[in-house]
Design a protein around this ligand. Structure first.
Ligand code: 13P
Ligand code: SF4
Length: 303
């Protein structure tokens, strides 16, 4: 505990000295969420990264998130404490494979989930997160086809909600996609009164069991607004820290112990401190890729 206090004190001191801000995704380990200036979903984090006055952004999340921050705030130093933290879903599509697909669908408007590399965003018309995907697709002209990449589960959900026919890439988040309807029903049988909160990266069979489908922040908001006292949470387990912290009088059950993203869990306080000491590892996006990816992100932020 003394070590922990020393570490967090030193992080706080250096953070001020460097004029840095610490952003944390809700899937990060509890001790990382506790030292962050903002804990949020992908959309909130990219909004804050675009608006902050800080000179240094320490991004406690995965690579594509730090990249988005670097695209939106090129004059700032963007640090990713664990440089290896990636997103296996983002890796299911490359710019080259996307260009080949686009050649098969002339005139298509390409929507990318933010969980993609800067190179992929540079090939797309508009980005979305799980919080605004339905609105983003609904904002597109109806007379041209839509290609949605790379999450097939989110893509199917958005197609259903918006009533739009879409071409959908065959990628997914292997963590969310691992969760089955059987897993959820098992927890539901133990807690029959609990409401089921589902992230749209889950399979359609799981989405069908939902009382509410939402982004991570959307789930937190819903649990705050509803009188219900028990919830089954169908998304990465790191979010349970925020549920328990924000609503100590309510009960939250993970839908499965399998819901762990190793990339998200790889940030540590030691790595955050080291990043602030050394100003490494930095994530940068330059040149034409940045300019094109910026347009893609800015169109999303304007919706
Ligand atoms: P949101 O925070 O946008 O709900 O995204 C979940 C996710 O998987 C991020 O990697
Ligand atoms: Fe990527 Fe899934 Fe991990 Fe989110 S939870 S970072 S989508 S692998």
């Amino acid at each position: 505990a003394a070590d922990l206090k020393q570490l967090t004190d030193e992080i706080t001191r250096l953070k001020q000295q460097r004029n840095a801000i610490i952003l944390s995704h809700v899937y990060q380990p509890p001790e990382i969420q506790e030292i962050a200036d903002l804990v949020g979903d992908s959309l909130e984090l990219s909004r804050r990264a675009a608006a902050t006055e800080a000179s240094v952004i320490v991004f406690c999340g995965v690579h594509f998130m730090a990249e988005s921050a670097a695209i939106l705030s090129p004059q700032k130093t963007v640090l990713l404490p664990e440089v290896q933290a990636g997103c296996p879903m983002a890796d299911t599509i490359t710019a080259e494979a996307l260009r080949a697909k686009k050649a098969e669908l002339p005139g298509a408007q390409v929507v990318c989930y933010v969980n993609t590399s800067a190179e992929v965003k540079a090939e797309c018309d508009i980005a979305c997160t799980s919080a605004n995907a339905v609105q983003v697709v609904a904002s597109l002209p109806a007379d041209r086809p839509v290609l949605f990449v790379p999450d097939k589960n989110l893509g199917r959900y958005v197609a259903k909600q918006s009533g739009r026919k879409m071409h959908i890439w065959d990628g997914c988040c292997h963590i969310h996609d691992r969760l089955t309807a059987g897993d959820v029903l098992k927890v539901k049988s133990l807690h029959p009164q609990a409401l089921v909160l589902v992230h749209p990266e889950c399979r359609p069979e799981v989405v069908e069991l939902a009382d509410h489908v939402a982004s991570t922040t959307g789930m937190l908001r819903f649990a705050g607004e509803k009188p219900a006292g028990e919830y089954i949470v169908c998304t990465e387990k790191g979010i349970l820290h925020q549920f328990n912290k924000q609503y100590p009088g309510k009960k939250f059950y993970p839908a499965s112990d399998k819901l762990v993203c190793r990339d998200m869990q790889s940030t540590t306080l030691e790595k955050v401190l080291k990043a602030l000491q050394t100003l490494e590892p930095q994530v940068t996006v330059a040149g034409e890729i940045r300019e094109r990816a910026l347009q893609c992100l800015e169109r999303m932020l304007a919706v």
